[in-house]
Design a protein around this ligand. Sequence first.
Ligand code: TXA
Ligand code: MG
Length: 347
Amino acid sequence: MSEETAYVPLLGGAAQCLREGGLVAFPTETVYGLGADALNKDAAGKIYAAKGRPSDNPLIVHIAEVAAMDRLACVNDMARLLAESFWPGPLTLVLPKREIVPDNTTGGLKTVALRMPAHPAALALIRQSGVYVAAPSANISGRPSPTTAAHVIEDMMGKAGYIIDGGPVGIGIESTIVDVTGEIPAILRPGYITKEMLEAVIGKVMYDPAVEKPMEGVPPKAPGMKYTHYAPKGELTLVELSTDNQQQRVVHKLRELAEEKRRQGFRTGIMAPKETLSCYEGAADILVCVGERKNQATVAAGLYAALRKFDDADVDYIYAESFRGEGVSYAIMNRLLKAAGHRVIKV
Ligand code: TXA
Ligand code: MG
């Protein structure tokens, strides 16, 4: 029995709930999603209410077969090649939408975002329900995306008909979003699938300018990117090296900043990887470990849970080491810089 078929007997109620226009939270390999029938405009509308999400922020439509792409979007060769190479997996493709996709799902845009998730429970749910599943991350708007069912329960209890617990997710940050409507595909949101991985399949890929730096007065192509995302309740500041390689200086600065705020009577937190965590002993009210620096996939997997811990502890100021680098680090820093409102201190 495959992992996916193992879920089938468990999902009857949730699948029916989706068919009847209800909301179901489910695990994917990236983060947990809050799903509804993508072609039922009232159902998709319920998602915005449950999340407190602005209605101009479109939803990603989750499918379980590559063939479903053509039903929902006008598919070009590049998109087909990417889908065949990376699906099921953490890649979302933006394509011109077909008539059947309601405006509620696409936030009024003429394009639709499609993804085939790699989690067996997600695939089983989509297939069993027989609907295409519109799903944003299953957090209240502005909170870190949920990476465990417990996070979903915190944010969505009483709002979703079903919450499916598939354990902690594997990847921990949202899918890479690629707009394939133009001549050169553009990354709208970095993720686990990197620019280099995409280029190995389809040649030149660019970052949408808004990924690096939000531009004054120019709305980003992924409307979601304009909102303050992933913000913990406390004020987060990142500390990083400007030139040399003496991590010790980062430790020193982080300790100094946290201790100063604590002297002023604030509650403080420090976030660091396993390698240096013990160096911060005694410098803040709480220390939170965020994976291992030498294995950045573990940092991605632990990032949102770490940020939620600071919220739970009602911390006023959070100081964190940064994670500049190649590959998945680029996506980690994209989320961390947003969470920090781009507050970075270089030492
Ligand atoms: O990994 C993921 O993608 C997760 C899981 C649940 O699949 N979903 C997720 O959804 O992160 P959400 O709603 O939190 O983020 C969707 C992003 C938003 O920034 C939105 O603006 C963008 O995708 N988006 C959706 N449709 C779009 C479109 N047609 N054109 C441009 N951006 C779009
Ligand atoms: Mg989200």
